[in-house]
Design a protein around this ligand. Structure first.
Ligand code: PLP
Length: 392
């Protein structure tokens, strides 16, 4: 009997090794892994460059403390700021810590300019920002907050309507004490729902008008997953604060919050901290991930290969209109919204050695590594077609 807490519904499968897009189970089966730790292993399993980076750093120094200068972290922060809207980076260990730090930074900014009561965060109902106590109340989801009261105050909610992509009545929801709007640029757990560029622009406009901050949660959709380094880049919108995690660590726990100078100024010594956040081991892996993602053709390839993948998936939708309702997503953050039961479909894919994972709204999430090969996409397509055919 397992001594692990029962907070997960684990699939009955364990792995002994992973290589690139593939996982090898303990009982000798080979799976095409299009879960990749839920958009975490951006460069696939056992990436040789990451292995080299972790081994090199492990021989030098793993952990010191943020009481000291950490050159690997200085380098990673500089590279992130040079490539993005941000002026400063605060390292954490996970996505939920990054979103919490984002909330703290927004509140602290208003505190630092003499408006401590301006502290409410306007979020999208049923979004996903993580599982810590504030992050669950930021999402406002009944399922995630049930039994974890008392309710953490300070969050208001708006609905995001996908089929009329807009935020109805958002102006009424912004109060005198609203500090920031926080949204996922693409709602991941919520069913792979991208917020259209026009909506992002609208959010920026309102934030400017009301002199409040815009937080774009890029924990799942950032770090090249969409074919841009950040999912919001296409919209040309500049956020004030961006939490990241998942892909930046390539499988190693690493999160961060990126901020403009205006916001970061308030995060003075002692205002926030983390024992592990930004340690040399994590930082050297983050740098090794960027070495690959910042290569000239890397993101172009993500765009190119994902375009091919979509074309093929849309053809399957056309061929099986009673099974697939919609192909959703951007880049390699892909969702198949089904008419039929999502769970059974995922099981059938697994039986055929393709691993995928569910999202809300009966969506099957497909998350290949960003360096996936065309032959691997072809294999996935073949398996999805086979499973669809067996339903007929
Ligand atoms: C958009 C978003 N924010 C935050 C989180 C929380 O990240 P973590 O599980 O690393 O705490 C997730 C995780 O799925 C996420 O998708």
């Amino acid at each position: 009997m397992s001594a692990l807490a029962k907070n997960y519904n684990r699939r009955k499968i364990a792995f002994k090794k992973g290589r690139g897009s593939f996982l090898y189970s303990k009982n000798g089966k080979k799976y095409l892994d299009f879960v990749q730790g839920i958009a975490v292993n951006s460069l696939g399993h056992s990436n040789p460059n990451l292995i080299k980076a972790i081994n090199n750093q492990a021989k030098k120094v793993w952990h010191v403390s943020n009481a000291f200068i950490i050159p690997e972290g200085e380098r990673l922060a500089k590279r992130l700021t040079q490539k993005t809207f941000a002026d400063y980076v605060l390292f954490q260990n996970s996505g939920t810590e990054a979103t919490e730090a984002a909330i703290k930074a927004a509140r602290r900014y208003f505190y630092s300019i003499g408006k401590p009561n301006k502290n409410r965060i306007l979020c999208v109902k049923n979004a996903f920002h993580g599982r810590t106590i504030a992050a669950i109340f930021a999402s406002g989801s009944k399922k995630m907050t049930e039994g974890f009261g008392p309710k953490v105050p300070g969050f208001d909610h708006i609905e995001f309507r996908k089929f009329k992509p807009r935020f109805p009545n958002i102006r009424n929801k912004i109060k005198k004490n609203t500090a920031a709007i926080m949204v996922e640029t693409i709602m991941g757990e919520g069913g792979i729902k991208p917020i259209p560029d026009t909506c992002l622009k609208y959010l920026r406009k309102i934030c400017n008008e009301k002199k409040i901050l815009l937080i774009l949660d890029e924990v799942q959709c950032g770090i090249g997953r969409t074919g841009d380094f950040f999912a919001f880049e296409g919209s040309k919108v500049k956020p004030d604060i961006v939490p990241i995690a998942k892909g930046i660590g390539g499988g190693f726990p690493l999160g961060a919050v990126l901020m403009t100078k205006k916001v970061a100024k308030s995060m003075i010594p002692g205002s926030h901290g983390s024992t592990f956040g930004g340690n040399p081991l994590a930082m050297s892996i983050g740098n090794a991930v960027l070495d690959q993602i910042f290569k000239k053709t890397f993101l172009k390839n993500v765009k190119k290969i994902s375009k091919y993948f979509y074309q093929e998936l849309i053809q399957i939708k056309i061929d099986y209109p009673k099974i697939i309702e919609e192909v959703r997503g951007v880049g390699l953050l892909i969702g198949l919204k089904l008419f039929i039961d999502q769970k059974k479909f995922i099981q059938k894919l697994e039986d055929n050695k393709l691993l995928t994972i569910k999202a809300a709204e009966n969506v099957v999430r497909i998350l290949p590594p960003l360096n996936v090969k065309k032959s691997e996409i072809d294999l996935a397509i073949k398996i999805i077609k086979k499973v669809c055919k067996e339903y007929k």
